[in-house]
Design a protein around this ligand. Structure first.
Ligand code: PA5
Length: 456
């Protein structure tokens, strides 16, 4: 397999592998050719401003400015803390887990080559206090990320930490915060400007969950010492490859089409299973992208539809021992996306002691990476034998370039799926109602105790 390879394999979605009832035939795809052409056109020929912003972020983000700021941040802190939520947090966390040492924060400083790294994407006080127990505020830089600049969770964290830092270092608190936001009238941008905080801007039309390849994900990545040029180059390579109008040459489009056909046949859940622990948080990032972009109460041609495929995050091999019984014998309402890695960052030989259990030499020339891949193959074979649809993305290795390709694959797949489902994948009207609700309850003196309760 070539360096930085990304291979999309859809064999186990086809009738040839899982039978006529569950599989998709070439005819099934040809029948919806008009829809496919239209979906392609929605994304590439007549892109709305939000779609254009995805490419603009790749082409126009000033990577040198990010690298220079990251260099300065790295020299002045031992801990780098991202304060954000949803699309302002999940991408950075996925990058961190995918591309740094598994025990990054536990490594001694000379082996880390980057500050310890934390993403605080909740307002649970116990968690926030726990963070304070392991960081030194004098040597911490906070990266406050909010596209709108008005998110209650993020702003409450920001103001709380700002006060604590000021109490320790006085006016120098300003050097402990960098802000990533929209260049708009949001509270965060105005506050940062008034106080002279370092700012990076998210392109105006770039939605939160689509922003991982802007300063939202790239600044944390650069602070971690990662190669952000390669991340962006990988994403661009996937974007360019996906401009092919031939669905058989266009991985995100074909994947969306196959998923769409499955969805129309009742596959209402999309399970993503990396067989590589460092890609675990890609599952969280993908889940938000898929759920928030496609879950809709849509009115199409005057009729109301509840639309959406529930994303499920799983991890191989652990899921085999927890969820696969359901996946194999339970309701056939899921479509599976495996992520396979050919070459792991490092390896361990399989111990020869295992041979006794098998009564033959099964370990010769085999490593743990072979074992995890054998487990994955066994899982896909099992799903196929139960006629359950699955696709597999195989990557050569987990590095910046390949991760960029993965991000862009799922972003484009989501856009194509949105076009096929005829939904706007950019807004999130129902989520906004919670944001508004939180603010309304905070402003009132409502107590949140429900009326009918059972106390035990
Ligand atoms: O994808 C989205 O738009 C949302 O999930 C947001 O990222 C999330 O609500 C946080 O919003 P903001 O970045 O404005 O603080």
């Amino acid at each position: 397999m070539k360096e930085n390879a990304f291979i999309y394999d859809y064999n186990n979605l086809l009738t040839t592998n899982i039978g006529d009832k569950e599989g998709v035939s070439f005819d099934d795809i040809i029948k919806i050719n008009d829809k496919i052409t239209k979906a392609y056109s929605t994304v590439f020929d007549k892109p709305v401003a939000n779609t254009k912003a995805i490419l603009e972020a790749l082409n126009k983000t000033d990577l040198n400015a990010i690298k220079n700021s990251a260099k300065s941040i790295r020299s002045r802190c031992d801990a780098f803390v991202v304060l954000g939520i949803g699309g302002s947090a999940l991408g950075a966390n996925a990058i961190f887990k995918a591309l740094t040492h598994f025990r990054h924060n536990e490594l001694p400083k000379n082996k880390r080559n980057a500050p310890r790294f934390f993403v605080e994407d909740n307002v649970d006080p116990t968690r926030l206090n726990a963070l304070l127990d392991v960081i030194d505020l004098n040597r911490t830089v906070f990266c406050v990320v909010s596209k709108s600049g008005n998110t209650t969770e993020t702003l409450s964290q920001f103001f709380a930490f700002r006060k604590m830092v000021e109490a320790q270092v006085g006016e120098a608190w300003k050097e402990h915060f960098v802000v990533v936001t929209d260049d708009n009238q949001g509270k965060l941008n105005r506050y940062a400007e008034q106080n002279g905080l370092e700012r990076f801007f998210i392109p105006n039309d770039l939605g939160g969950r689509y922003s991982v390849l802007s300063p939202v994900g790239l600044l944390p990545a650069a602070v971690l010492g990662l190669n952000i040029d390669a991340l962006v180059a990988g994403a661009k390579a996937m974007y360019d490859a996906s401009k092919s109008q031939d669905v058989w040459e266009n991985a995100p489009l074909l994947s969306a089409v196959l998923d769409y056909i499955n969805y129309t046949r009742g596959k209402c859940m999309s399970v993503v299973i990396p067989y590589c622990e460092s890609l675990d948080l890609i599952g969280d990032w993908y889940s938000q992208l898929w759920a928030e972009s496609l879950g809709r109460n849509a009115v199409i041609d005057g009729n109301e539809f509840k639309i959406g495929q529930t994303p499920v995050k799983a991890l191989g091999t652990s899921a085999q021992h927890s969820q696969f019984q359901l996946y194999l014998e339970g309701p056939s309402d899921k479509i599976f996306t495996f992520i396979a890695v050919q070459k792991f960052k490092n390896d361990i030989p399989l111990p020869a002691d295992l041979n006794d259990m098998f009564g033959q030499d099964v370990t010769k020339n085999r490593n743990f990476s072979d074992l995890i891949n054998i487990e994955r193959v066994a899982s896909t074979i099992a799903l196929t034998s139960f006629n359950r649809p699955s696709e597999t993305i195989t990557i050569s290795e987990v590095n910046e370039c390949v991760l960029g390709k993965i991000f862009m694959f799922f972003i484009l797949k989501t856009l194509f799926m949105g076009a096929l489902l005829k939904v706007n994948p950019y807004n999130q009207p129902a989520v906004e109602s919670i944001k508004i609700g939180v603010k309304a309850i905070l402003k009132s003196d409502t107590k949140t105790m429900p009326l009918r309760t059972i106390e035990v």
